[in-house]
Design a protein around this ligand. Structure first.
Ligand code: MCN
Length: 792
């Protein structure tokens, strides 16, 4: 019997190879390739007056030096704005190499190609760039209140301003019995994957084609960009993603300048060329995120029910705006969380600063939104002296209200609608898991010993599985191996395992017989990418649909061959067999060759098939009319709208009364991503997210000085939580299936990171009695807060 794989905690099939050290990351490729190093701007804002390469051209091993002026006309165009929006009235994107000015430290000015990286770096050190340094715009509030501009064409630094409304927030606030105002701050942070960016390209002059390896989340988009900027046909460009050491959003940016420049140089020079980013480059030139200043006004009744909410925030977009308004739009919509909010107004302004540009980082605007909403709900509870869980419960959208439409309309005309979820049930589970009701006693007992304990709670709802589409291809080989391909890239999520599980179930084959390929445009050329926790929903359903086609074809072929009705057949153990009579049937391997005569000469299974119903039988043509040879199918999944996952985190902390040092004693999660394909993988995803959430709450910030210099651009200075700082995480699941897709799945990849800052801030506030409204928070900052507030 073939056991069902969907829902089973199958060990990840990709891990043994990685654990044996057999992973092939970008820098493991192209050992003989020429190496690239960049001259990058040391200034946050400057005009480039001159580039002098006189000293550099002496260096042995130098192959080429390119500045903006050396690029072909198409490559001198600004890089694309990936997601336009009507409110984005002043979009400025960067050039592949700086065109006369630099707008953040780390912006690439000159590309050097040399025999190896050491030589390339020596050349970089000898190139002299003359700058006229300008005042830098660093702080987002000052950016919009006068002072210098980042771009001469954008006076006042506002790239976009957008207001969205539900109901009448002004009226609701003015008539509310209680009103509160809060200011909240979230600092800039970044994905910081273990492996930075990298790209390797080889031009094949024989068939005029490019083979590009790149550490990306979106290989098909990179291919489109390379083909467009290098003026090639798509068919001349192959993009293959090797193993990727983490992306967390930063590798969805496409194209990076290097992803165009390296292939261009490879074609021009007729040589293999490779760029591998170093850590310092990653800090200053790979995109960041978070970075908002938020103002909230909330009106509520005596029971803590929210009557109206007014939000106004500034979003730091850095020097360029490659990704449109996606991050602040997500903040502004998804901050609503599990709550019924009928009167809402949100205004945001996306602001240029002379800092590294911003694009989505795991959670993409949601951690900021969750921080805003959850801190607000806690403030309501504190104001009324009510239990924080109770206030949440009173505001929850109820399960029988699903699907729940907020009355917000997106740019494309679709409603902002939750498809599923049972928020009261999730909260019940969490309260039990952490013994929420017994905490007061634990806190009092600790206080008697002079210890400061606190508990916090935060809820979120997350749009996942966003469209427009993803595709899958399934093929059964004559030896019975099932080949599966889908176009998006993988960065460690375990896609080979989960897509294998889905296909194995549909075809009734053991998981070991399924091979899954992702991120290779040779195998699947039309795809969108891995981001927004969409792969499980999008590619998961696509490979399921493709496998269903193959299943139906196998059933039809077997029905014809065995002269048995399709309804009397089943797929199990790699065969199509008669229900109740498993001895009568045909292996899928045989069926795959039955209709494909070309394979007869070479394959044992095919030979066996000829004995059964071969081409020598004049009445049985190998390919029946209307039938295509082979057991193979392609399909696409395209959803009507996003599906919404949700979850709740609770944290217990202890604060040292003397030093304000913060320790997390307990961390619990209840998570709902619909039907779980692989609970163990989801567990890992949530845990990884929690680690990043802890980082965002307590450690990780991009510390810029007033000149736009990033002061902590190395892992010596940028604090990340180690295993020692990440607590054991207790995770429980609620499975409310999405009605929107055949498998009932919702996404899981970002969930863990979203409520970290909100829940930890709430716990610290509970322990110390001082309001915590800015994240991350260090012990010294907390100490200062406590001293100023005179709290515990
Ligand atoms: N899954 C499941 N059952 C569900 C939902 C998901 O078994 N109901 C599984 C999926 O099949 C997949 C994993 O959980 O193996 C995550 O699925 P999904 O939520 O679809 O997220 P994606 O696969 O699209 O991954 C993207 C997401 C994002 S947006 C970031 S950022 C992120 C993340 O995943 N970056 C990661 N997780 C990461 N994990 C690693 N190791 N490295 C990264 O860079």
């Amino acid at each position: 019997m073939t056991t069902r794989q969907f829902g089973a905690s199958v060990a990840r099939v990709e891990d043994p190879r990685l654990l044996r050290g057999e992973g092939r990351y970008l820098d493991d490729l192209g050992h003989d390739a020429l190496a690239v190093a960049m001259v990058r701007s040391p200034h946050a804002h400057a005009r480039i007056l001159d580039v002098d390469v006189t000293d550099a051209i002496e260096v042995d091993g130098l192959v080429a030096i390119y500045t903006f002026e050396d690029l072909p006309e198409r490559l001198q165009q600004p890089l694309p704005l990936l997601i336009p929006h009507p409110s984005l009235t002043a979009p400025v994107t960067q050039y592949a190499l700086a065109n006369g000015e630099v707008n953040h430290v780390g912006e690439a000015i000159v590309m050097v190609v040399a025999t190896d990286r050491y030589v390339a770096e020596d050349v970089v050190g000898r190139i002299r760039v003359d700058y006229e340094v300008r005042d830098a715009v660093v702080d987002i509030e000052s950016a919009v209140t006068g002072g210098p501009d980042v771009h001469d064409a954008v006076s006042g630094n506002v790239a976009a301003e957008l207001t969205q409304t539900i109901g009448d927030a002004e009226q609701a606030l003015s008539s509310a019995p209680h009103r509160l105002r809060l200011r909240l701050d979230i600092e800039r942070s970044a994905s910081t994957p273990l492996e930075g960016r990298g790209v390797h390209a080889r031009w094949d002059a024989d068939d005029a084609s490019l083979r590009v390896h790149t550490s990306t989340q979106a290989p098909t988009s990179v291919r489109a960009a390379i083909a467009t900027f290098l003026e090639l046909d798509f068919a001349q460009v192959e993009v293959v993603v090797p193993d990727v050491g983490g992306g967390f959003g930063v590798k969805i940016m496409h194209p990076w300048p290097e992803e165009l420049l390296v292939p261009w140089a490879a074609r021009l020079l007729g040589r293999e060329v490779k760029f591998t980013e170093d850590r310092h480059e990653h800090f200053v030139s790979a995109n960041h995120e978070r970075g908002q200043v938020q103002h909230v006004e909330v009106g509520f009744d005596d029971e803590g029910r929210i009557l109206g909410l007014d939000v106004d925030f500034l979003h730091d977009h850095g020097a360029y705006i490659p990704y449109g308004l996606i991050v602040p739009i997500i903040t502004s919509t998804q901050l609503l969380g599990p709550y019924r909010i009928e009167h809402y107004r949100v205004r945001f302004r996306s602001v240029y600063t002379n800092k590294t540009p911003v694009s989505p980082y795991r959670g993409a605007g949601r951690p900021q939104g969750c921080f805003l909403m959850e801190r607000t709900v806690d403030a309501i509870a504190a104001e009324l002296g009510l239990d924080r869980a109770l206030v949440r419960e009173r505001n929850f959208i109820q399960p029988d209200e699903m699907p729940y439409a907020f009355g917000l309309t997106f740019q494309d005309g679709r409603d902002y609608t939750y498809d599923s979820g049972d928020f009261p049930a999730s909260l019940d589970k969490l309260r039990t898991l952490v013994d929420w009701d017994g905490f007061a006693q634990r806190k009092a007992a600790a206080a008697a010993e002079g210890r400061l304990l606190g508990i916090g709670l935060a809820c979120y709802v997350e749009g996942t599985g966003v469209g427009p589409y993803e595709g899958g291809h399934v093929l059964i080989e004559p030896n019975g191996t099932v080949q599966v391909a889908t176009g998006l890239g993988t960065q460690g999520q375990g896609h080979q395992t989960v897509f294998g599980q889905i296909v194995a179930d549909e075809l009734g084959v053991p998981l070991e017989h399924v091979r899954v390929v992702t991120g290779d445009t040779r195998r699947f050329g039309y795809a969108v990418g891995t981001f927004a926790s969409r792969a499980a929903v999008m590619s998961g359903n696509a490979v399921h649909l493709a496998a269903t086609k193959v299943r139906e074809k196998a059933l039809q072929l077997a029905s014809d061959a065995l002269e048995v009705d399709v309804e009397d057949l089943e797929l199990a153990d790699g065969r199509v067999q008669v229900v109740g009579s498993p001895g009568t049937g045909l292996p899928l391997s045989m069926l795959s060759t039955l209709s494909n005569p070309l394979r007869y000469a070479f394959d044992e299974h095919a030979k066996a098939a000829t004995q059964f119903a071969g081409p020598s039988d004049p009445d049985r043509p190998p390919v029946a009319e209307g039938q295509q040879p082979g057991l193979e199918g392609t399909d696409y999944y395209s959803p009507v709208r996003s599906t919404f996952a949700n979850g709740m985190h609770a944290v217990e902390v202890e604060v040292d009364p003397a030093t304000s040092d913060i320790s997390i004693l307990r961390y619990a999660v209840v998570h709902d991503c619909g039907n779980l394909i692989n609970p163990k993988i989801v567990q890992g995803q949530v845990l990884g997210g929690v680690a990043q959430g802890v980082g965002g709450a307590l450690y990780e910030r991009m510390a810029y000085d007033e000149h736009g210099q990033l002061l902590n651009a190395s892992f010596m200075d940028f604090l990340m939580p180690y295993a020692t700082e990440v607590p054991t995480v207790e995770i429980d699941h609620l499975e409310t299936p999405s009605p929107l897709n055949p498998l009932g799945i919702k996404g899981a990849g970002e969930a863990g990171v979203i409520p970290g800052s909100a829940a930890i801030a709430a716990a610290i506030e509970d322990a110390t009695g001082v309001p915590v409204r800015a994240m991350p928070i260090s012990p010294s900052q907390l100490h200062e807060l406590r001293q100023t507030a005179g709290g515990a």
